[in-house]
Write a protein that binds this ligand. Structure first.
Ligand code: UD1
Ligand code: UDP
Length: 366
């Protein structure tokens, strides 16, 4: 049975995941890759297609940025038009972005089954736009591909039990596919004049940390005071918010040991991650990568969906509190053991394809 699967992607982590998923899907099925264009700057989008060899999207919508309602509305309208035209057997959506939400809603209303990859994650904080997106998408999906038992349990608590499968995490596949190449080809350590273990790596992009200038200021104050070299690739959202923090703090950032750089390609990013003494981040993907690479992670959030990394003692939650951030950078020591997490064998995409096939066959039999 050859299926026609339409995969929706639109943001940086979705492009990175698509690398693994598209390879596996296209071995046996016809995939239509739809890029919504939620992220559009070269270093937030096309760089990943160029360096990872992700197949060029068959369809690009070029939706771009807007308020949540306007962006999601535009995405919904445009994706619906594509689905009416393409009539795929199923739609695959990833994670929790506005592109994920619109893809899921457009498909379910046309009675096209929605397959949610990275299903069941919860922060239990409905102030996060991603939490709303995840909950809605999980409740319109027909097959739930989860990274962990905890994610499956979250779904069970919401009454979702059938067609829930634990397959692991596609970000681990992406890491497997790229890590050797990152070591061979990345020149980022030389370009930035860095020695392994002699710097920290930081990323900040969550709305809660950027749009709230008090939180953003506390994070930057902490980065200044830890007085270690910090490489900080700045997400465009954060770059914009940093123009609003005031000249005094901005000047101190510029005079400190924080090095603001543009967002990086995935290979350079992996090189920096594996060479850093410690990672400070509010990114979901980077918390997991830190774990898999064995780099202690300080998470600049009050809660995380990736609770296993905290339970296993390699990740610590410090919120946006200046003193807690500084104390964690100076004192956090991870546990001696690092049990495997999220089935990080690099075969998640293959498991996803098998589960999609089983699910589609069972639908046909009904
Ligand atoms: C989105 C996702 C978030 C994910 C992140 C990955 C939602 C609600 N959030 O957040 O879950 O972790 O992507 O990075 O979908 N911008 C540019 N150039 C770009 C992209 C964005 O300048 O190429 C700026 C625009 O000012 C835009 C802002 O960044 O308004 C935020 O972009 P948006 O896609 O709305 O959300 P992210 O913060 O990127
Ligand atoms: N990443 C990257 N360049 C950067 C910052 C992040 O390639 O400058 C990669 C990172 O290694 C991870 C993914 O982007 O694989 C995480 O994306 P992001 O933090 O934007 O989103 P989240 O995972 O929080 O949804």
């Amino acid at each position: 049975m050859k299926l026609k699967i339409l995969s929706v992607v639109g943001t940086r982590p979705e492009f990175i995941r698509a690398n693994a998923m598209s390879r596996a899907l296209r071995e046996r099925h016809c995939e239509v890759l739809l890029n919504t264009g939620q992220h559009y700057d070269r270093e937030m989008s096309s760089i990943f297609f160029e360096e990872l060899g992700v197949p060029p999207p068959e369809i690009s919508l070029g939706i771009g940025s807007d308020t949540h309602g306007a962006q999601t509305g535009a995405l919904l309208t445009a994706i619906e038009r594509v689905l009416l035209n393409e009539r795929p057997d199923a739609v695959v959506v990833h994670g929790d972005t506005n592109s994920t939400l619109a893809g899921g809603l457009a498909a379910v209303k046309l009675h096209i089954p929605v397959i949610h990859v990275e299903a069941g994650l919860r922060s239990f904080n409905k102030l996060m736009p991603e939490e709303i997106n995840r909950i809605v998408v999980d409740h319109v999906s027909s097959l739930w591909l989860c990274p962990s038992e905890i994610a499956a349990e979250n779904l069970r608590r919401e009454g979702i039990v059938e067609n829930v499968r634990i397959v692991g995490d596609l970000m681990a596949d992406a890491l497997h596919l790229a890590s050797a190449r990152a070591k061979l080809t990345s020149r980022i350590l030389t370009q930035l004049g860095l020695s392994p273990q002699r710097f920290l790596l930081a990323t900040v992009h969550r709305a809660e940390n950027t749009d709230d200038l008090d939180r953003l200021s506390q994070i930057l104050e902490a980065f200044i005071e830890v007085d270690e070299e910090i490489i900080f690739p700045v997400h465009p959202r954060t770059r914009h918010c940093m123009t609003l923090i005031g000249d005094e703090l901005f000047n101190r950032v510029n005079k400190s040991r924080i090095r603001l750089v543009d967002p990086l390609g995935y290979l350079d990013m992996l090189m920096l991650e594996q060479s850093a003494r410690m990672i400070l981040t509010d990114s979901g993907g980077i918390q997991k990568e830190a774990y898999w690479l064995g780099v202690p992670c300080v998470t600049l959030r009050d809660e995380t969906e990736w609770v296993e990394t905290v339970i296993n003692g390699w990740n610590i939650l410090v919120g946006a509190n200046k003193e807690r951030i500084i104390s964690a950078v100076k004192t956090f020591v991870p546990q001696p053991f690092r049990p495997p997490l999220y089935q990080s064998d690099g075969n998640t995409a293959a498991r996803c394809v098998v589960e999609i096939e089983r699910f589609m066959v069972s639908r046909l039999r009904r």
